[in-house]
Design a protein around this ligand. Structure first.
Ligand code: ADP
Ligand code: MG
Length: 679
């Protein structure tokens, strides 16, 4: 459903006279949709100016001139160029055509006709030449002085798109203003329709950039619609009834360490949410090794002490198992029943777990996405924890919480999310940050070396007992070759007499588990792996991380991998082995040498590679914009966010300014509007 003022914008372009189904289909491909609005969001990236030259023509740029046709030089054989000799006020001009339809030229422009031409002119000895004029017309008005240049596909030209936009223009309504006067005055923004018009009709390259007020307004609108939608949804959730915890028991844990200040602060925030009447919806961000697991455990205890169940979902089998083992040890003797559920728990055992869970005998269930399967039923789930969130899609994150109405959700992520992304992707969540690492952590010394140094490294390794992670890259991104690289390295290291283990994503759960257990127990010196060990794995005695073809990994991934070492109290090293490297590649790896701050690294990565690359397009949340680009438009995002906050304070139901609802519809944020109706 849309509002009636917007109906013409949402109508299909094929309803416009002269636009057929074929063109509509092409537009769907080019613009991601074939409504008038979809086409409108497709903005020009440049402009061609064709000034009319009455005297000496300008060179090296498109111009428009008047000429009289003198003579057709028709080639004797086909496929040779056709020449038209013309006379102008400044001398002879030859038009050259390589592709042409002779009759349509001679019919329309017989000898002696005055024509208007647009194109680029070259000076020859005593005459001028123009190859393939862009336009040739009888009337000057038929040649546009400015032509917007649109990104095109399938061999269609931009002129065609210019005409399309012109044709649809009558379908573009004046929309009532949703921005307040103060903002309009301050920013210099023009009304929406006018802004859209100017954006499609630039007069300079600058007009095609964020420098132009017309674009700024359109982008601001988009960011505002998004931030406002997030805030409305969040408000809606906060008004829902959540499970609130009242502590009935008090479990004492014997932690082998004191919580950091940051951990304590974050726990306070979580406890407050858990005892509140609304369901918690919180993102916990903390760099690798900042101690998120124990925060999750203590949060779960609070819920369990209040008589409820808790679930803890990890992205990989290895991680789920590790959490299970660690947490089981910590909970030893306190009388809380923990269980592990992955794809590996089958048959009778699985049945038993599911039945105990449904009866409430299991208070904490740890596992992989096996937890969200339909037949996993809790008696009274009050807290769902999702670890290493960036590995899960948004839907998986939500599926766990939906096991129980009003369930609290804690999402944990080690991928430091730059502010703009956090604002736009998690704007519906509260965010807690672990900005401090436990004391006594050894900084990891990072070296960047060429792959040819491997033999030297092997020599050194022979002389130590240090445990080593050895990570092999994705080759051509296929799992098969990925496997080959690690298997090859595994065999080779074995042949050198090292005590080697191998883990990769294609191994069965228990095989992996056995290798990991042996590595933890120190029975294996070198663990060769693919990136399966990227997240969360904790082996304090491993002090050396070797990464082959580091240039093929994202910086965030490298940082995560490096976070696997330096967990004990000995000095730790990370060696980034690289193949051929360009300037940029070198610069990238150097960042890891310079800093250990995941946030700095992730921001750099974002700058150098773009959000889609860094976080995976589907996850990045940036692709939800038609015009806005982040982090480039951060300042507009900040302004839009402040504006949205103001609205939420003064007019949270969008009753005073109903035009804001039009804005939300315009950017298809219907879900946010539904929350208004539901109250
Ligand atoms: P991450 O945030 O990467 O998930 P973990 O929760 O795995 O980090 O914690 C990393 C290591 O730090 C674990 O071995 C954990 O036991 C330890 N740890 C957690 N909190 C503290 C603390 N306050 N003091 C000392 N060590 C801690
Ligand atoms: Mg972790």
């Amino acid at each position: 459903m849309t509002l009636s003022v917007l109906s013409s914008l949402f109508s299909d372009v094929s309803t416009i006279k002269g636009i057929g189904p074929k063109t509509a289909q092409w537009l769907r491909y080019l613009c991601g949709g074939s409504s008038v609005l979809d086409v409108l969001w497709h903005l020009p990236t440049n402009v061609i100016h064709r000034p009319f030259c009455e005297k000496k023509p300008l060179q090296n740029q498109p111009i428009c001139i008047k000429a009289k046709i003198d003579e057709y030089l028709i080639p004797p054989v086909r496929r040779r160029p056709l020449k038209i000799i013309c006379q102008t006020d400044f001398g002879r001009l030859d038009l050259i055509f390589f592709h042409y339809h002779q009759a349509s030229l001679t019919d329309k422009f017989p000898i002696g006709t005055d024509v208007f031409l647009s194109g680029t002119i070259q000076v020859k000895d005593d005459f001028y030449e123009m190859v393939h004029p862009d336009f040739m017309a009888l009337k000057k008005e038929d040649i546009p002085e400015f032509e917007s240049v649109y990104p095109m596909s399938q061999g269609k030209n931009s002129i065609f798109f210019n005409r399309l936009v012109q044709k649809m223009w009558e379908k573009v309504p004046n929309l009532p203003e949703w921005l307040d006067e103060e903002t309009l005055k301050e920013s210099g923004y023009l009304p929406w329709r006018k802004s859209m018009f100017l954006a499609h009709n630039p007069r300079s390259l600058k007009d095609c950039s964020i420098e132009s007020f017309a674009r700024k307004r359109l982008i601001f609108d988009e960011l505002l619609a998004h931030q406002l939608a997030l805030k409305l949804i969040r408000r809606y959730h906060q008004k829902q009834k959540g499970i609130s915890c009242e502590i009935k028991a008090k479990t004492q844990l014997n932690l082998p360490f004191k919580l950091t200040k940051a951990q304590q602060k974050v726990l306070d925030e979580i406890y407050q949410d858990l005892s509140a009447s609304y369901p918690m919806n919180r993102l916990l961000q903390g760099d690798v090794g900042s101690g998120k697991t124990v925060v999750a455990l203590l949060s779960a205890l609070k819920v369990i002490d209040s008589g409820y169940q808790s679930a803890f979902m990890a992205p990989t089998d290895i991680l789920a198992r590790q959490h299970y083992e660690k947490i089981s040890t910590l909970l030893d003797g306190v009388g809380i029943k923990v269980a592990l559920l992955t794809a590996k728990e089958k048959g009778k055992k699985r049945k038993e777990i599911l039945s105990d869970l449904a009866q409430g005998k299991i208070q904490l269930l740890i596992g992989t996405h096996a937890l969200i399967e339909d037949n996993v039923v809790f008696k009274n789930l009050a807290l769902a924890v999702v670890d290493e969130q960036h590995r899960f899609g948004v839907n998986q994150r939500l599926a766990l919480r939906q096991k129980q109405k009003g369930c609290n959700l804690l999402v944990m992520s080690a991928t430091p999310i730059p502010r703009s992304l956090a604002m736009t992707n998690y704007g519906d969540m509260d965010i807690s940050v672990l900005d401090e690492k436990p004391m006594g952590r050894q900084p990891v010394t990072t070296r960047v070396m060429h792959l040819s140094k491997i033999s030297q490294i092997l020599e050194k390794l022979k002389q130590t007992e240090t445990q080593v992670y050895w990570v092999c890259p994705l080759v051509k991104e296929t799992e098969k070759s990925d496997l080959m690289a690690s298997e090859k390295r595994f065999e080779e290291l074995k042949s050198f007499g090292f005590n080697v283990g191998l883990v990769h994503g294609k191994m069965k759960g228990d095989e992996k588990e056995n290798v990991m257990r042996d590595f933890k127990a120190g029975k294996i010196q070198i663990l060769v792996s693919t990136t399966v060990i990227e997240v969360g794995v904790d082996v304090p005695n491993a002090n050396l991380m070797i990464i082959e073809h580091a240039e093929r990994f994202g910086l965030a991934t490298l940082h995560q991998l490096r976070g696997r070492v330096g967990r004990g109290n000995q000095s730790a090293y990370c060696v980034l082995l690289h193949g051929r490297l360009g300037e940029k590649g070198k610069e990238r790896l150097d960042i890891l040498r310079q800093t250990d701050d995941g946030f700095v690294i992730s921001n750099k990565d974002l700058q150098m590679r773009g959000a889609g690359e860094v976080l995976g397009v589907a996850q990045s949340g940036f692709q939800q914009y038609r015009l806005a680009q982040l982090p480039e438009h951060q300042d507009l995002l900040d302004r839009a966010d402040i504006y949205a906050q103001k609205i939420m304070k003064t007019d949270p139901e969008l009753e005073k300014n109903k035009n804001l609802r039009i804005l939300l519809y315009l950017f298809e944020r219907q879900k946010a509007i539904m929350t208004l109706k539901a109250g």
